[in-house]
Design a binder for this molecule. Structure first.
Ligand code: ADP
Ligand code: MG
Length: 726
């Protein structure tokens, strides 16, 4: 196969000339395939369309009618209202768009439009459209020769077309809505309005579908196993459904295709990562792992034991480990990482732990140092702030292999850092690093095992969609006896009582965070708010306590000094915008107040809350918000402290876009069709299938995989390049 017909530039389709092609290109429609995959954004069943005569004041309606007259009406207050009167067989209705006089240029007398909105009483009945779509237009006074795209009477051509008969001239423009007719509305643009898209699609749909039939890359058995329709049938159902019920399964089919192609990309990236360079098969002696285990004053949790088994198995295998470890703050990831690092050291190699900030590196190094006390294992710290002499010594010890466990920041991947034999690279708070940085630590020969860690757990199906190239381990329990952080949601009127509680805790020797949101557009105003609030607290509620302010404009050294003072307990309350260092442990901090909490995402709130659950004393997190009683997000925040549950709810509230966006550094490939709430069950099968294909045929060269490879490259070309598998 050398050429896919649907790769043809859209310009060569019927009804599309060079000018139109340019406009379509600006919508991202370049090829015939792009046009075929330009799917309706909404479907209206004619049975839900209200005849104009029955649209009563107070109703929310969707109506269809032909524009009989139009005009722009000025009001005394300078507002200009665009109005049209539309008609159907039952009557007429005024549609009124206040403040949108430009619509006068968009809509013409004779146009047939679909309108959705509330019916109000204003000089008679009138509808104020929330949405409208131009369904059809008569060209230069002549009736259209092209029938409107999506009218398929449910019962086939002989189906009675409704109760009323149509005057012949109107019938020529378009049939009136009849039960069983589905109106589809496409995403349109100013340059390519709805009616044009509908016309182009109507003219070419048969041809497009015929060729789509040849691009069905899923074998029938797999397809039937998943209960999915054929590709051409699915696309036909999406462009001109016979019934609303056909839409969801059709969309699911396309969702599966999309997930499969994405997983193919991931599978190739993974294959590249684990097979290109030979890995290390760790030999386990148990010497150090056993010693650490015996020295712990507690038992590992069930989840810790399970993920360690997964990690040990990967490390013992000669192919490199490429694994993501997810778990809430405090779930014991660092301890798991330490066991893995000791396994590497036992096997005669070094291990590195890379973290995003210096303070965090120091904390990790100190804690690991304590845990290793008495064990024959040497540790080293490498950060950007190390003095030259200190740095030279550290580099020497790393190069000679004397330093067996190395904790550090980005400094670890800078020039001049040579390991004697790096066997395991652990990347903590992996979402804070770019893909390239993550890869950089592991770019050695032989290939060290890679363990990426995240304290922002997300549901497994979402994790598999975003990090398809990684295997996933999850710690979904907490060490026993850990008290969950108590969470209150309060309105601003209750701030005083909240501050009373803060003061009580300060008096008991505890420490507090007070957090302000910082959003980019109004950074200045927000800073002023934080600064003003800081002064108010210092002069009022928190007078007499040592408090400090940090925000993005505070110089890095000052910020670090203040953070250190807070960690050391010299500062008792920290007023901060969200620049608070992730992961930093302040054992004395037990209370956090989050102002304007509605500004934060659920995951972010949960991350912040994680800062105060670390000491023995019970933590308290108070979200203050105008929206206290109303916000679904804040209710969820107060209801659960389980990060996986938080993420699942976040996904339901916000949709998946933000999750893909949050990881902009390369995995940020957005899905266009698949929805990871409703299609989450398709991710696993797509991944399994993709991995099996790549396992058998890593470069997708076999004839039966050619089509998959081409489609994958069409869809994810840039990504594939980024990962070096394009
Ligand atoms: P994370 O890296 O996931 O935030 P850590 O590994 O830092 O979590 O663990 C948080 C705290 O819990 C540490 O003080 C650690 O020693 C302790 N801890 C870890 N595992 C257990 C366990 N199984 N039982 C009791 N305490 C544990
Ligand atoms: Mg951690």
């Amino acid at each position: 196969m050398t050429f896919l017909e649907l790769d043809k530039p859209v310009q060569f389709l019927k009804g599309v000339g060079p000018r139109r092609a340019e406009s379509l290109a600006r919508m991202g429609i370049l090829t015939a395939r792009d046009l075929l995959y330009h799917l309706p954004r909404r479907y209206d069943d004619a049975s839900t369309i209200t005849p104009l005569a029955s649209a009563e004041v107070g109703m929310e309606v969707t109506v269809v009618g032909e524009i009989g007259s139009k005009g722009v009406i000025p009001t005394r207050r300078g507002l200009r209202i665009f109005q049209v009167v539309i008609r159907d067989d039952t009557g007429a209705l005024t549609c009124s768009w206040p403040g949108q006089p430009w619509l006068d240029r968009e809509l013409r007398v004779g146009d047939r439009i679909l309108v959705t909105g509330p019916v109000r009483s204003f000089q008679g009945r009138q509808i104020q459209p929330r949405e409208h779509a131009l369904l059809d237009r008569r060209s230069s006074g002549r009736p259209d020769r092209v029938p409107p795209a999506p009218s398929h009477p449910r019962g086939g051509p002989d189906h009675p077309r409704g109760r009323t008969s149509h005057p012949p001239d109107r019938q020529a423009v378009a049939p009136n809505p009849a039960p069983g007719t589905i109106f589809v509305t496409y995403p349109a643009s100013k340059e390519v309005p709805q009616w044009v898209l509908r016309r182009i699609l109507a003219q070419n749909l048969e041809w497009l579908l015929r060729h789509a039939g040849k691009e069905d890359a899923i074998d029938p058995q797999e397809r039937r196993g998943l209960g999915l329709p054929r590709l051409d049938a699915a696309l036909a159902a999406l462009h001109r459904p016979c019934s609303i019920d056909d839409v969801a399964p059709a969309r699911r089919r396309l969702a599966y295709d999309e997930l499969l192609l994405l997983q193919l990309l991931h599978a190739r990236v993974r294959d590249h990562a684990i097979r290109e360079i030979p890995g290390i098969a760790m030999v386990r002696t148990n010497r150090l792992v056993r010693a650490l285990h015996d020295s712990l004053p507690f038992e590992l949790t069930g989840a810790q034991v399970r993920v360690l088994r997964e990690i040990y198995a990967d490390m013992a295998s000669p192919t490199r480990m490429n694994r993501l470890l997810q778990g809430d703050v405090g779930s014991g990831k660092t301890l798991v990482a330490l066991f893995a690092m000791l396994l590497a050291v036992e096997g005669g190699h070094q291990a590195a732990l890379m973290v995003p900030t210096s303070i965090l590196a120091e904390q990790h190094a100190a804690r690991i140092g304590e845990l290793l006390r008495g064990l024959p294992c040497e540790e080293e710290l490498l950060t950007g702030s190390a003095a030259p002499q200190r740095r030279r010594t550290a580099l020497g010890r790393i190069a000679s292999g004397d330093a067996q466990i190395v904790v550090g920041t980005h400094a670890l991947i800078q020039e001049g850092v040579e390991f004697d034999s790096l066997g395991l690279a652990v990347i903590d708070e992996q979402q804070r690093f770019g893909v390239r940085q993550r890869l950089a630590l592991g770019e050695r020969d032989p290939a060290p095992d890679i363990l990426a860690m995240s304290a922002t757990p997300i549901p497994r199906s979402l994790a598999m969609a975003i990090h398809g190239d990684l295997d996933i381990s999850q710690i979904d329990d907490l060490p026993p006896g850990r008290r969950p952080v108590a969470t209150w949601v309060r309105s601003p009127e209750e701030r005083e009582q909240v501050l009373d509680e803060v003061v009580r805790r300060l008096a008991r020797g505890e420490q507090a965070f007070i957090v302000y949101p910082l959003i980019e557009e109004s950074e200045k105003a927000e800073l002023l708010a934080a600064e003003a609030e800081f002064e108010r607290l210092r002069g009022g509620a928190l007078a007499g306590h040592k408090i400090a302010l940090v925000h993005g404009r505070v110089a890095a050294e000052d910020r670090e000094r203040i953070m250190r003072d807070f960690v050391a307990g010299k500062v008792r309350a920290l007023v901060a915008t969200t620049v608070i260092e992730v992961g930093v442990d302040v054992a004395g901090a037990t209370v956090m107040v989050i102002e304007n909490a509605e500004r934060f995402g659920l995951a972010q709130l949960h991350q912040l809350r994680g800062r105060v659950g670390r000491g023995e004393r019970g933590g308290l997190c108070v979200a203050i918000s105008e929206a206290a009683g109303r916000s679904r997000r804040l209710r969820a925040f107060a209801r659960t402290t389980d990060g996986f549950e938080i993420a699942a709810e976040d996904l339901r509230i916000r949709g998946q876009g933000d999750f893909f966006g949050a990881d902009q550094h390369g995995h940020g490939q957005r899905l266009r069709i698949a929805d990871l709430v409703t299609d989450s069950d398709l991710v696993g099968p797509a991944r399994a299938r993709a991995r099996a294909v790549v396992e058998a045929d890593p470069r997708l060269e076999r004839p039966e995989h050619q089509l998959l490879r081409r489609l994958m490259e069409r869809r994810y070309r840039d990504r594939a390049k980024l990962f070096g598998v394009g």
